[in-house]
Design a protein around this ligand. Structure first.
Ligand SMILES: Nc1ncnc2c1ncn2[C@@H]1O[C@H](COP(=O)(O)OP(=O)(O)OP(=O)(O)O)[C@@H](O)[C@H]1O
Ligand SMILES: [Mg+2]
Length: 359
């Protein structure tokens, strides 16, 4: 699965020791995955060499946007110190409801010509002024031989939030080699190429990203500002609990109890369920009623008890919580890395970002 990324600087994607580092900045924590991309029997293959996470104070990152740069810088410095990570070139994940991903056709051009043409092509589609966005185009398949037009995805990311994140990361002594969409990273780590149509849903604290792929090609990308935190908040409000007790009750009981906690959670989850249902319905309507074979869940919110079963029942699609290390060659051997990972499903984005260095 190949996606071109929004490049910012000329720093090497692969560090001098052969490792690529994916960096996922979330509302609750920042996570790093250190992988070595390589080949095995002629096929791309990756091994994992380190994983780590550092919690962020509430409010430092809100809906994917860095609000407190100093807090993020401090957390990153701490993360590198604790884990004694030696490499400093990172691939940074970007997630925001403002990122626009659209199908687009472009004339067949070299990458350099395409970069020059992109603002003119994108002007029709992107509402923001061109100097306020970072544009990228991911070609999908080969150009049409008759029209010489190339199909692909236009990706337009508001520039300012990216700059704020890059500054905070670089103040921690790191270098941003590339920025990439977190949703594409989750897809890379999770997608099962044996399935023709699969939805990869990353359920975080503030945000949920939904990507539907057809044989590895992203067909629908959507980010909604809903996640696990609003479930906790509603539980605290409606039952009159402290936020800490509400968080604990949410994790303990989830949707599986017969009491008030599960009833409130079930109701609080409805808008997010509806977003997922609408996204899948939209995908089906745009793809001749294509049959979705599986919903693959990642992110902390994915482990809400009873959630896979509720999605399976309500959407009629088999739903599973996925292991972010499933495409990693040494996943069983690297027990020391697994020990770092109390919740392996929460590392899909950082792992997928680092995997992108091989693409
Ligand atoms: N066992 C569990 N049951 C229910 N929810 C859980 C459980 N474990 C974690 N969560 C929820 O997962 C969310 C955190 O997920 P994650 O770590 O993926 O978010 P993040 O990447 O920091 O945030 P975001 O992607 O939204 O910026 C929190 O809302 C937390 O309450
Ligand atoms: Mg996240």
């Amino acid at each position: 699965m190949k996606h071109r990324q929004v490049g910012l600087s000329k720093v090497g994607l692969i560090n001098p020791d052969g490792h690529a580092i994916g960096l996922d900045i979330g509302a609750t924590s920042v996570r790093a995955a250190i992988l070595a991309p390589g080949t095995l029997e002629g096929r791309p293959s990756v091994t994992v060499h380190g994983l780590g996470k550092m919690e962020l104070p509430p409010g430092a990152v809100v809906n994917g946007i860095v609000s407190d740069q100093a807090a993020l810088t401090a957390a990153l410095k701490h993360l590198w110190q604790v884990h004694k990570f030696e490499c400093r070139n990172v691939i940074l994940g970007i997630a925001s409801q403002q990122v626009l991903v659209r199908d687009m056709q472009m004339p067949k051009l070299t990458p350099q010509q395409r970069a020059k043409a992109l603002p003119f092509q994108a002007r029709e589609i992107v509402a923001l002024p061109m100097d306020q966005v970072i544009l990228d185009f991911t070609p999908l398949g080969e150009p049409d031989p008759e029209s010489e037009m190339q199909s692909g995805l236009l990706i337009a990311t508001p520039r300012q939030p990216v700059i704020a994140a890059v500054q905070a990361v670089e103040r921690a002594g790191l270098k941003v080699a590339r920025v990439d969409l977190s949703s594409f990273a989750a897809l890379r780590a999770i997608a099962d190429e044996h399935l023709s149509v699969e939805a990869v849903v990353d359920l975080g604290a503030h945000m949920t990203t939904i990507v539907v792929h057809n044989q590895g090609i992203p067909k629908l990308v959507r980010t909604v500002c809903r996640g696990g935190q609003e479930l906790t908040e509603q539980l605290a409000d409606r039952i009159g609990m402290s936020p800490l007790d509400a968080e604990a009750a949410k994790r303990d009981v989830g949707l599986e109890g017969s009491g008030e906690v599960s009833r409130v959670l079930d109701e609080a989850l409805r808008p997010l369920m509806s977003e997922i249902r609408t996204s899948i319905g939209y995908f089906r309507s745009m793809n001749d009623g294509a049959v979705l074979e599986r919903i693959s869940l990642t992110g902390g919110g994915a482990t809400l008890r009873g959630l896979p079963e509720a999605l399976t029942t309500q959407l009629g699609v088999t739903t599973r919580v996925m292991d972010a290390m499933q495409h990693i060659r040494n996943r069983h051997a690297s027990k020391h890395v697994r020990a770092e990972l109390d919740e392996p499903w929460t590392s899909a984005v950082s792992i997928g970002l680092a995997m992108g260095a091989a693409a």
